[in-house]
Ligand binder design. Structure first.
Ligand code: HEC
Length: 130
C-alpha cells in the first residue's frame, strides 16, 4: 500500500514538473501562414535596421555600432543564437542591452515566433569553418 501511494505521489510530481516546462513558450508550428505573418511584422518593424534582404544594411542599420545582425550568413555563425531558435526568440523578446536591438516583448509570443521563423529563413546553409 505504501508503495502504491509513493508511486502515485511520484506520478503527480512528474505531471507537475512537466506542466511547468510546458508553460514555457512553446514554439508554434512553422506554417506558411505564420511565415507570411512574420514577413509582415518584419517589414513593419525590422527593415530600417536589418534591411529588406536581411543583410543588416537598412537605412538606419548602416549607422549603428554594433551593426545589426546580418541574417544571410549561416545560422550557426549568428552572434547570439548560433542556430538555436529559442535563443533567437530570447533576443527578440529581450533585446540586446546597449545596442539598437530593443526588446519586442510587446508583440505576442506567436508574433515573435513568426519573426524567428522569418528571419532564420534568410540564412544560408551552414558552411564548414576554415
Ligand atoms: C534600431 C535597429 C534595430 C531594429 C529596428 C531591429 N534590430 Fe535586431 N538587431 C539590431 C542590432 C544592432 C543587433 C546586433 C546586436 C549585437 O550584435 O550586439 C540586432 C540583432 C538581432 C538578432 C540577433 C541574431 C543573433 O542570433 O545574433 C535578432 C534575432 C534580431 N536582431 C531580430 C530582429 C527583429 C525580428 C526585429 C524586428 C521586430 C529587429 N531585430 C529589429 C538592431 C535592430
Amino acid at each position: 500500500m505504501r508503495r502504491l501511494i509513493s508511486i502515485a505521489f511520484l506520478g503527480f510530481f512528474l505531471i507537475f514538473l512537466s506542466g511547468r516546462s510546458w508553460s514555457q513558450s512553446i514554439p508554434p508550428k512553422k506554417t506558411p501562414d505564420l511565415l507570411t505573418q512574420g514577413k509582415k511584422l518584419y517589414e513593419q518593424n525590422c527593415v530600417p535596421c536589418h534591411g529588406s534582404k536581411g543583410d543588416g544594411k537598412g537605412p538606419a542599420g548602416v549607422l549603428l555600432k554594433p551593426p545589426p545582425q546580418d541574417f544571410n550568413i549561416p545560422l550557426n555563425q549568428w552572434t547570439y543564437s548560433k542556430g538555436d531558435l529559442r535563443k533567437a526568440f530570447d533576443v527578440i523578446s529581450k533585446g540586446v542591452p546597449n545596442t539598437g536591438m530593443v526588446a519586442w516583448s510587446h508583440l505576442s509570443e506567436q508574433n515573435r515566433w513568426a519573426l524567428v521563423y522569418y528571419v532564420t529563413g534568410f540564412a544560408s546553409p551552414p558552411t564548414r569553418k576554415k
